[in-house]
Design a protein around this ligand. Structure first.
Ligand code: F6P
Length: 549
């Protein structure tokens, strides 16, 4: 069986030579050699603009990277996904989250049955969301719903939570939506203490409907309703269930008319487009939710049909491969310059690290190459006052994805002044990180500032910036449903493309299984059960000390 490792690909060999022999492509030199570099490496698609000109990639390296994508059959693997082939081979499932956001009708390679099922469930979700928003759904005392609490974790939390925050300006205050993911008691207590049980609807979101954290939170929700006067036969009315395992939900007493489905070919971290988007649809309304889907669909069409050399997800993926496998950067920083995108780094962290945090090729052989980077991040401006020091003068190479929003419509008198500060900081950081300030320039600046030559010479080494840090800038014209949808799909397809080149499975997550198994073994022991001698000594000591406390 052909090895799925890219190591033997001629393009990988060429890239290895480039990385070992040619001087590391220096950004100052690359721009000096080609005045057209910036406009040539700034592309638009699906309403987004990608500027990848500050990647340390020469024209020769870019050609090798594109050849690598060809030799790894990225296009063929992409088409297999869209055609509904069971590319999630270890779970024997298709991967069809693009089907969730496709407009019905033509150009749907996954077939009419999938499309019809998607449209049917989407209509149910949108209808219920509008009924909640328009006071057509009441609690057990006949009053309307004022608060919705989504109970879910991972992909059953991060997507709707992130998107609702990003589109906060579209969320009227008719219904407030809250997110409970962590079973720590304070997390749910802090939410419930401010809510009216008679006016609260719980949305229990879980693909498997067996996740202990989620079921623990749902039990507290039921107890809270019961303790606050909700009759037992009315409790189910205060719940909606969203799952790919409806039999589990129905067996636990959830009402069929308030149980919404998605399918096993939707990965949790790719599920915000599915019924799991219900909390988002309640927050922003059905129309904006459909626009969100349409934005992602536009990026799907671009990914499917644009040539690799003009394909935004492919180009982002290839830059990431160069940074990860040839410049050996272990992490990838994601830093939005828009406060409403505060949850976006965490959302992409799950998408990327749960997809590409793998060490085995699809053929079962161990990876001898690096695979998924550590994805981390936070809001850019705050980061400049926290960890950007290391990016500028530390000993790590940290590629940066900046996300910027060109126009801001915040209804504040001085909003445009604020927005100019934010935008100026984003641009300034791309400059400082990309091009730095070398020793001679620093010395000259210190002398020009009036420092004595001896003092300037003493300080210059401490105030020099090497620069040459690779970055992308992704620009949204506005932070609206369509651009957010396109942005998420851009990253989804980037992650897919990197997995296709690394030859790893992106859509399973066996790495979380051992932890879940260990919880099942430890949990009973916290209730005083006898500690088996077969348990490892470290855990035995931990449990002993806990009991003693
Ligand atoms: O982290 C493992 C995982 O299975 C994620 O992929 C998923 O989003 C999350 O747990 C929650 O799973 P479920 O939606 O089945 O409760």
């Amino acid at each position: 069986m052909k090895s799925s490792s890219p190591l033997a690909q001629p393009a990988w060999q060429a890239l290895t030579r480039h990385a070992a022999t040619l001087p590391q492509a220096n950004l100052r030199d690359l721009f000096a050699q080609d005045p057209e570099r910036a406009p040539r490496m700034t592309l638009q698609a699906a309403g987004l603009t990608l500027d990848y000109s500050r990647q340390r990639i020469s024209p020769e390296i870019l050609q090798c990277l594109l050849a690598l994508a060809e030799q790894c059959d990225v296009a063929g693997q992409r088409d297999a996904m869209f055609a509904g082939q069971a590319i999630n081979a270890t779970e024997q499932r298709a991967v069809l989250h693009p089907a969730l956001r496709a407009s019905p009708g033509n150009d749907t390679p996954w077939g009419a049955d999938v499309g019809a099922a998607v449209q049917h469930e989407l209509a149910r979700v949108c209808d219920f969301a509008e009924r909640v928003r328009s006071s057509a759904v009441q609690g057990h005392t006949g009053v309307t719903i004022s608060d919705v609490v989504n109970i879910g974790i991972g992909g059953s939390d991060l997507g709707p939570r992130m998107a609702a925050a990003a589109l906060d300006h579209l969320a009227g205050n008719a219904v407030r939506v809250h997110y409970a993911s962590n079973p720590d008691p304070w997390a749910i207590y802090r939410i419930l203490r401010d809510l009216d049980p008679a006016r609260t609807l719980f949305v229990v979101s879980s693909k498997t409907f067996t996740t202990q954290e989620t079921l623990t939170l749902a039990a507290t929700a039921r107890r809270w309703l019961s303790d606050n006067g909700c009759p037992e036969d009315q409790i189910a009315g205060h719940f909606a269930a969203i799952t790919a395992s409806p039999e589990q939900a129905l067996a636990q007493g959830y009402r069929p008319d308030q149980t919404f489905l998605f399918w096993d070919w939707v990965g949790g971290r790719y599920s915000v487009w599915s019924a799991l988007g219900l909390p988002l649809a309640i927050a922003i309304g059905a129309q904006h939710f459909r626009a969100f889907l349409a934005g992602a669909h536009a990026m799907d069409q671009h990914f499917r049909h644009a040539p690799l050399a003009e394909n935004l997800p492919v180009l982002m993926a290839l830059s990431g491969i160069w940074n990860r496998n040839f410049l050996h950067a272990p992490t990838q920083l994601l830093t939005p310059y828009a406060s409403r995108l505060a949850y976006f780094p965490s959302f992409i962290q799950q998408m990327d690290m749960e997809s590409n945090g793998k060490q085995t090729h699809v053929d079962g052989s161990p990876c001898l190459i690096e695979t998924g980077p550590i994805v981390w991040g936070g809001l850019g401006i705050d980061g400049q006052h926290a960890y950007f020091q290391l990016l500028h003068q530390g000993k790590h190479l940290v590629p940066v994805d900046f996300i910027g929003v060109r126009h801001d419509d915040t209804p504040l008198p001085l909003a445009q002044d604020h927005h100019r500060v934010v935008t100026a900081n984003l641009i300034a950081q791309t400059r400082a990180l990309g091009f730095g300030r070398d020793h001679d320039e620093t010395l000259a600046e210190l002398l020009a500032a009036g420092l004595a030559p001896s003092e300037a010479a003493r300080l210059a080494p401490h105030r020099t910036f090497p620069g040459n840090v690779p970055s992308h800038v992704v620009w949204l014209d506005r932070l609206d449903p369509a651009s957010l949808g396109a942005l998420i799909a851009l990253y989804e397809h980037k992650v897919f493309t990197q997995a296709a080149i690394w030859g790893i499975h992106a859509f399973d997550q066996w790495g979380v299984e051992l932890g879940k198994k260990a919880v099942r073994e430890v949990y009973p022991l916290l209730d005083g059960a006898a500690i088996p001698q077969t348990l490892d000594p470290a855990t035995r000591e931990t449990l002993r000390a806990l009991r003693q406390a």
